[in-house]
Write a protein that binds this ligand. Structure first.
Ligand code: SAM
Length: 248
C-alpha cells in the first residue's frame, strides 16, 4: 500500500505552498482590516517583522480561542502587539488579554497600537517572563496561554505554568480544561530532523542560540506530551504549533 503523502509531497515547491497559504487565508473568516493593516505596517517598518504570527495563523488563533470559549488569555512574548491585538479581537471587550514582553521599546509600540485601535482589554507587563510569569497572581485563572517568546525559555515557562496551576490551589494560572498553545516548536523542522543535510540549517545557522533552542524545544515538546496532567497535540503547521489541554 502507498504511504500517506507528507507535507512536501502535497506542497512540493515554494510556489505551490505560497498559493495554498494564500488560498487558505482567503477561504477562512477574514480578520478585521485594522489587524491586516497593522501587520502590513509592522512588516514595512520594523526589522524583526518575521517575529509576528502570519495573518493566516492569526485567523487560526481567533478560531481556536473562540472554539475553546477562551475569554482570558495570557501571551508570553508580545513583540509590537500584533498577536495581542488578535487575541483582543478574539475575546471581545468583555474578555481580557495579558501580554508579557521583555522589551520596553516593543511594548511602547504595542501600547500605541492598542490605544489607536481601542483595545482596552489588553495589558502588557514589561520584564523578563522567566520572572514575571511565576509572579502573576491572576484574580481568575487564564483560559488559554500562548507561548511565543525566546525558545530557550519554553521548558521553564511550561514548568511555571504547571506549578502555578496546582489542583486545589487558591490562585491558578491556567484553569482546568485550559489550553496551552506554543509557537515555533518545530523550528523549520530542525527540532525533528537536526541532521546536517537538512537544508533549513542554512536559514538557522546565523542564529547564535540555534542549537540551544533546538535542545530546549525538544525538551518542551517531550514535557508537553509526557506530562500526565496534559493532553497534547503537536501539529506540523506554520512553524510547528504545540497544543495542550490541562486535565485537572
Ligand atoms: C516571536 S516574538 C512575539 C511575536 C508576537 N507574539 C506576535 O506574533 O506578534 C517574541 C517576543 O518575545 C520577547 N521575549 C524574548 N525573551 C523574553 C523574555 N525572557 N521575557 C519576555 N519576553 C521575551 C521578545 O522581545 C519578542 O518581542
Amino acid at each position: 500500500m502507498a504511504n500517506k503523502p507528507t507535507t512536501s509531497d502535497l506542497y512540493p515547491t515554494p510556489k505551490v505552498a505560497a498559493e495554498v497559504t494564500a488560498y487558505s487565508e482567503r477561504n477562512s473568516t477574514s480578520l478585521p482590516k485594522y489587524l491586516v493593516d497593522y501587520h502590513a505596517w509592522v512588516e514595512k517598518s520594523h526589522p524583526h517583522a518575521t517575529y509576528m504570527v502570519s495573518n493566516l495563523q492569526a485567523q487560526s488563533l481567533v478560531f481556536f480561542a473562540r472554539a475553546f470559549g477562551a475569554k482570558r488569555i495570557l501571551e508570553i512574548g508580545s513583540y509590537v502587539g500584533y498577536s495581542a491585538l488578535v487575541w483582543s479581537h478574539a475575546v471581545g471587550q468583555d474578555g481580557k488579554v495579558t501580554g508579557l514582553e521583555f522589551s520596553e521599546d516593543y511594548a511602547k509600540i504595542a501600547r500605541e497600537a492598542f490605544e489607536k485601535h481601542g483595545a482596552k482589554n489588553v495589558e502588557l507587563i514589561v520584564g523578563d517572563a522567566l520572572k514575571t510569569l511565576s509572579a502573576l497572581k491572576p484574580e481568575e485563572p487564564y483560559d488559554l496561554i500562548f507561548i511565543d517568546a525566546q525558545k530557550s525559555g519554553y521548558p521553564a515557562y511550561l514548568r511555571d505554568i504547571l506549578a502555578g496551576s496546582q489542583p486545589g490551589s487558591a490562585t491558578r494560572l491556567l484553569r482546568p480544561g485550559g489550553i496551552i498553545i506554543a509557537d515555533n516548536v518545530l523550528r523549520r523542522g530542525l527540532v525533528a530532523d537536526g541532521s546536517d543535510d537538512n537544508p533549513n540549517w542554512q536559514l538557522q545557522r546565523h542564529v547564535v542560540s540555534a542549537e540551544e533552542d533546538l535542545v530546549a524545544l525538544r525538551e518542551f515538546n517531550a514535557a508537553l506530551a509526557g506530562d500526565e496532567r496534559l493532553e497534547a497535540l503537536l501539529l506540523p503547521v506554520f512553524d510547528g504549533v504545540g497544543f495542550a489541554r490541562l486535565l485537572d
